[in-house]
Design a protein around this ligand. Structure first.
Ligand code: BDR
Ligand code: CA
Length: 315
């Protein structure tokens, strides 16, 4: 089968960086471009980090464009610096990027690529949904021309920014709700499943031995693990964003239900939470494929295997 054309909209971010590597390592996917958004770190950092990751794997040819530098409506009072570090990619020790981002805005780049191949291009959105909501608002023709959108975001049984809200949705709830209402084929890969998408310290020790990418990958994952140990008391790291990419490589890794999902855009304690209406209580009609189950061990094997193959190819 021909590889699926893919754009990754992201906020690197440690697990975003691993997700980019997984996508670039996978022959099922044809990564057309990376676009960045503010989230895990300010936009200047997420953009530099995307470029640093591409340099690491010799892909300074790949288009990368920066997008929104703040959420649509409210700037949240908290950030991810404890999780991903001040740079957004702490522990990686990657050098400064060799180039600047493209002159084009992320939204224009996504629109251009989507319209070049109507109905073909998948958008994987693994950061806050600001760029995606702007695309829906400003370029509805291009938004509709995407094949589908796969989002890492949401939680229906416990958040990571509040008892209910997951980070990507919490950071820009208005954008997420706008995207949910926009009528695209939308898949949401939330914490319900990504908390089962785990690498252990033994896995990280093995990754460290890989040529070329090993030290950077292991360094950032060890940094990322510190927060996981603090919060969850275990030496594991969640690979949230890679699970969304893995679903594109092997759709059978996730079990999905088609149902109605809404975001709380109020300013109370539930802001940014995803309400997953499996029984159609709201009667809003299904607008998303919600990930309910995951073949976690197959995911882990896929991720480790593909990173190994990428390293071998580069060495
Ligand atoms: C999501 O939030 C970010 O910190 C991660 O990169 C991931 O996209 C998990 O809640
Ligand atoms: Ca992310």
């Amino acid at each position: 089968m021909a590889p699926q054309p893919l754009i990754i909209d992201c906020d690197p971010g440690i697990d975003d960086a691993i997700a980019i590597l997984l996508a670039l390592a996978s022959p099922e996917l044809d990564v057309l471009a990376i676009t960045t958004v503010a989230g895990n770190a300010p936009l200047a950092n997420t953009t530099a980090n995307g470029l640093r990751v591409l340099d690491l794997v010799g892909r300074s040819d790949l288009l990368l464009a920066a997008g929104a530098e703040r959420p649509l409506v409210r700037v949240p009072g908290d950030d991810s610096s404890e999780t991903h570090g001040e740079t957004g990619l702490d522990g990686s020790n990657l050098p400064a990027p060799s180039r600047m981002a493209a002159g084009e805005h992320a939204v224009d780049l996504i629109a251009r690529l989507a319209l070049e191949r109507p109905g073909e291009v998948t958008l994987a959105a693994v950061g806050p949904l600001t760029n995606v909501a702007l695309l829906a608002a400003l370029r509805p023709d291009a938004f509709a021309a995407l094949r589908r959108i796969v989002v890492m975001g949401g939680a229906s049984n416990g958040g990571n920014m509040s008892p209910y809200a997951e980070f990507n949705i919490w950071f820009d709830p208005e954008a997420a709700e706008r995207v949910l209402q926009a009528g695209q084929d939308l898949t949401l890969v939330g914490l319900d499943v990504t908390r089962q998408a785990i690498l252990t310290s033994v896995d990280i020790d093995a990754l460290e031995q890989l040529p070329t990418i090993g030290p950077a990958v292991a360094g950032m994952l060890r940094f990322y693990m510190r927060k996981h140990v603090d919060w969850y008391g275990e030496e594991i790291v969640y690979q949230h964003d890679s699970l969304a990419i893995a679903h594109l490589i092997d759709p059978t890794i996730l079990g999905l239900v088609h149902c109605h999902v809404e975001v709380d855009t109020g300013v109370g304690p539930a802001r940014g939470s995803t309400l997953v209406d499996r029984l159609s209580v709201f009667g809003g009609g299904a607008n998303a494929h919600w990930a309910e189950s995951v073949a976690a061990e197959r995911f882990r094997a896929l991720l480790l295997g593909r990173l190994g193959e990428l390293a071998a190819r580069l060495s």
